[in-house]
Design a protein around this ligand. Sequence first.
Ligand SMILES: [Zn+2]
Length: 118
Amino acid sequence: MSHLAQPAAVPVPPVEPAPAVADFLPPELRVPSHDQVEGRMMPWPWPVVLDGEVVACAECETYRDWLIISTRGQVWLRCRAGHEQLEPRLDTAWFNRHSGPSDATHATFEDCLRHLGH
Ligand SMILES: [Zn+2]
């Protein structure tokens, strides 16, 4: 005859963590369709040189006048023509070293692009 220990019947409702930003911004400022909304970006008018090699856009071969985007631990390069490519040799730490403390916070990715003239 088994005698299973029954846990004390005291249901504890799970504590819901308070949503950080959900439902805070008006709908027009939320752009969930663009997966880089959470990123930060900075203009980078110079060539990006990595390992002694100038990084060029894979599509239009431009090599300067970038927008550098840091999002979710990845760094992307965006050229003037709007091509975006992942640059795995750069990371968030690199981005933070090179971005000034004054980089503006923008509500949306598109606002930021406009601000930076892209
Ligand atoms: Zn390009």
